[in-house]
Structures are given as C-alpha cells and as structure tokens.
Design a protein around this ligand. Structure first.
Ligand code: SF4
Ligand code: SF4
Length: 481
C-alpha cells in the first residue's frame, strides 16, 4: 500500500498567528509539520561543522545497569574481574530490557551507586581502563555501500540487536529489539527514521547523517527486513539541507531502496518527538497514552539505525556513541565518539575545560535536558549532548523568569503539540487536584517544555506537570488493584 505524504497545503497554519515574528520560513518547499510547537533559537553553529572525533583517553568508566526503559540489568561480573572490550557485563531476563557491555579492556574496580541524570543514585559497574586507545576505536566505519541484508534472516537481525544491547539512542532508550520484532497483534507497516534533531545546540545526529550515511542506510534496510515494514520515510528538518542531500544521494547509489524516501520536515520544536513526526509525515494521530505500533508505525533514530548495522554486520555491541559537547561556556565544543560510561567531567576537560563564566551543566539540550551537579555522572546510551551554559545566560534567565500571575493569553495552549491545556493542568497540580489533572490528560504531556518556553508570565508549567505525573504514578503504585 502506498501512503501519500503530507504536503504543506494539507497542514493548517492557523495556530501560528501569535508567533509569526519568530517563525522561520521553511527552507525546503515541500516541508511538512505538526500543529503547535515553537521556535527556540537553534544555537547549533558551535558544532554544526565539527566532524566526529575520537574522545578522551579514558582512565575509568561507569557503566550504569539501567540506561534504558524496562528492567535494569543484573551484574554478570564482580570486583577485580578482568573484562574485555565488548564483553557482556550485565543483563536481565525481562523481555523489555537490554544487556550492557564493557566499552574497554579493564578491571572491575567495584559495583557501586553512581550519579544518574534521571534516576539519581543508581548501580553501575566501575571499570578501570588497562589499555584504552581512542584512536583505535575509530568512529568512521567505512561501509562498502551494499550491506547484503539478504544474508540475514529477520530472526537473526532481531537477535543480533538484542545481543548488542541496542536501545533508542535519541533519548527515549526503549530496547530496539522489542520495537523492531514483528508482533502479530500490532503489525508494523511503515518505518519512520528520525533525523530531525530539533533540540537546540545538539548536532550529533546531524554529523552522523553526514559522515555515516551508508551505515545508516544499511541499518534501515536491516530494520525494515526485521520488522516487516513495507515503506520507510526518513524525516529530516529543513534547516539541514546538506543532510537531506547526502541521504538522497546515498539512497540513489544503494540497491533495494525504492521504498525508502527522505521527507524534509519543517524546522520546529519538538519536530523530533515521535508523535509529532508521525503527524507531520503521515497525518496520523497516535492515541493519547498509546504507542506508534498501535497505528502500524515504527520510529527509529538515525543513530539507532547506524548501531543496528554495526551490530548485525560487524557483531559489535553498543559500547560507544557520539556526544555533542557544546555551549558558550566550553572552550572547544565538538562532536566526540566516546565510550558509554565516560564521566562528564572528562569530556569537558577534553574539550578544553570551561570558561570562568560557566554556570550550569545540562545533560542533553536546553529544552529537555537535565541539569546535573555531579560531574562524575557518566554518559549513557541515550546521552546525545552535554550543554554548558554561561553565568550570563543563567543570570539573565533568572531575572527574566520572575514568575507573575497568568494573564490568560492562551499561548501555552497554542503551542502545545499534544493539544492540551497546560495552564489548567498546572493549576490542578498546584492545588493537589490530581484527579482533575488526570481528567485534563496530564499523562498525554510529552514534557517538551514549549508551554513554559512561551509563557509571558514565566510560569514553570512543564515543571508542575512533570511533578503531577510523578505524584500520580506514585499514587497508582500505592493503590492495590
Ligand atoms: S499560563 Fe502563561 S502562557 Fe498560559 S495562559 Fe497563562 S500567561 Fe498565558
Ligand atoms: S503541556 Fe506538555 S506537551 Fe504540552 S506544551 Fe507543555 S510540556 Fe509540551
């Protein structure tokens, strides 16, 4: 079955009036998008042209036992064990989980609690490096353009992805094997490859698209075969014309790519949210609280596709990833290929350290990232960026963010990509009316931060909503079925 792509004319622009001054014109004539959203400054210029480089010569890594959605891993090694690069060091029997591997040759120093950006203190395997040489672990896998996906059965591909511990590398961290494996109850027809990278400052996916193009195409072909999808759309924001160009060129020179198409989408935040990308490309709605397979769609990030190719063709587990180290407070920003488990402090030092004006370190980008206080926090499979903000940025933000009363302007409603009423939800949470917040679909919030970003009264709407969701989840756990 052929699915007609959405064109600009099919998308209503009616919600744009309030933000028309900030709105950029699409750079590609056929760009499509989703309703709502906003346009924070892209701020990608610091690393946009920075080629992927090997990272620091790490002395020690901390491999978190939980760096994905689902069951945490149990350690398979103990203190003083010697481990080899690529050796499985943690796994779980649960279906929704993914094993973890040592990225380096080394010795297990201890299994201890370590700072985790999302989970707080969480168990990790600390490994001291014996002979790590970043130059030998080159990121530039040269693909001979044809992966020969017919060499592998769908089962072999799924198994290789599970064994390699691949999870969604765009930030969600959902185990990829569970995603791509055919499910008779929820058959997948269409695969969308997410190359949007809509979060400001981050450029790791952009550089992967430019430098590992054939590897991504190879991963797409393998994932398509494993999942049984008949069509693939690669969604790329139209502020990345070079990525659109190289992807199209790669598709033209590769066989069996007739059903794979690049779709330029508008540069708008959060265009990279999977629900928003599906809406933009297919004009389909994922049910609130539902998942894309419910409407026959599978979404994978470009970095995940590249990891699939490496796992299936080269038998390589997911032990390294590209991380953008950026922000005006870091001396030499760049895109680094680093072992998973590398401490944030080591990356910052490798990038020339911070300027005296540095004030805040964020794991991720400025919209959805999480500020961290402990710089020993390690990189996980889902960490795409470290952003270091200056004192001026924090200072001015503090001044600008003095909260005032809601003026009922409706901006938060205009920009919400999930069509929610953020002010009503936040008000309910503030007054501890969790049932009311639930009736306003608080759990449909994707925590994109658009509402907080545009609120002229500087009300931390996303913060209230996030807190409300945590309280609701806690309350549900306490109530017996
Ligand atoms: S919460 Fe903020 S954005 Fe929403 S209506 Fe009130 S003032 Fe406007
Ligand atoms: S309510 Fe949630 S989904 Fe809607 S704009 Fe705010 S953070 Fe984003």
């Amino acid at each position: 079955m052929n699915y007609e792509l959405r064109t600009k004319s099919k998308f209503s622009e009616s919600k744009t009036s309030l933000f028309s001054k900030r709105r950029q014109e699409p750079l590609h004539p056929a760009s499509v998008s989703f309703p709502g959203g906003t346009h924070p400054p892209q701020s990608k210029e610091l690393t946009f042209e920075s080629e992927i480089q090997p990272g620091p010569n790490v002395k020690q890594v901390a491999v978190m036992l939980s760096q994905h959605i689902g069951a945490a891993c149990e350690p398979l090694v103990k203190k003083n064990d010697t481990v080899q690069a690529g050796q499985k060091i943690g796994d779980a029997e649960a279906f929704v989980s993914a094993p973890v591997h040592s990225p380096i040759n080394g010795k297990v120093k201890e299994i201890a609690l370590q700072s985790h950006a999302v989970l707080g203190r969480s168990p990790a395997i600390i490994i001291e490096a014996l002979d790590y040489n970043p130059a030998k672990r080159t990121p530039n896998v040269k693909w001979k353009d044809e992966v020969g996906e017919n060499r592998f059965s769908a089962e072999q591909i799924c198994d290789a992805v599970r064994v390699a511990g691949i999870v969604g590398m765009g930030g969600a961290g959902f185990p990829t094997r569970v995603k791509i494996e055919p499910n008779p109850r929820l058959p997948k027809e269409i695969m969308i490859i997410n190359g949007c990278e809509c979060e400001p400052c981050i450029t790791c996916d952009y550089r992967i698209m430019l430098e590992w193009t054939d590897q991504i195409i190879a991963g797409i072909k393998l994932a398509k075969k494993a999942s049984g999808c008949s069509q693939v759309f690669i969604g790329i924001e139209d502020n990345k014309p070079k990525a659109i160009e190289v992807m199209n060129e790669a598709l033209q020179r590769t066989s069996n790519t007739d059903s794979i198409n690049v779709v330029p989408v508008k540069t708008k935040y959060p265009q990279g949210g999977e629900r928003q990308l599906i809406k933009a490309i297919l004009n389909r709605n994922v049910p609130t609280g539902g998942i894309p397979p419910m409407i026959g769609v599978l979404v994978l990030n470009v970095a995940t596709a590249a990891a699939i190719a490496e796992a299936v063709v080269c038998n390589s587990p997911l032990t390294h990833r590209v991380v953008t180290v950026t922000g005006r407070a870091v001396a030499n920003p760049g895109n680094l290929y680093v072992p998973i488990g590398t401490p944030v402090a080591e990356l910052i030092e490798f990038c020339g350290g911070v300027t005296q004006k540095s004030a805040k370190v964020v794991m991720g980008g400025p919209m959805m990232g999480i500020a961290i206080a402990d710089l020993t926090t390690p990189i996980t499979k889902t960490t795409g960026a470290i952003t270091i903000l200056t004192k001026e940025q924090i200072g001015s933000a503090k001044f600008a963010r003095r909260q005032t009363a809601c003026i009922r302007c409706g901006r938060c409603i205009e920009v919400c990509p999930e069509n929610l009423n953020p002010t009503k939800i936040a008000h309910a949470v503030k007054n501890n009316l969790l049932d009311v917040a639930e009736s306003y679909y608080i759990n449909g919030c994707i925590e994109c931060g658009c509402c907080s970003y545009v609120c002229p009264a500087n009300i931390e709407l996303t913060g209230y909503i996030r807190t409300g969701k945590i309280f609701l989840a806690g309350r549900k756990k306490k109530i017996p079925e």
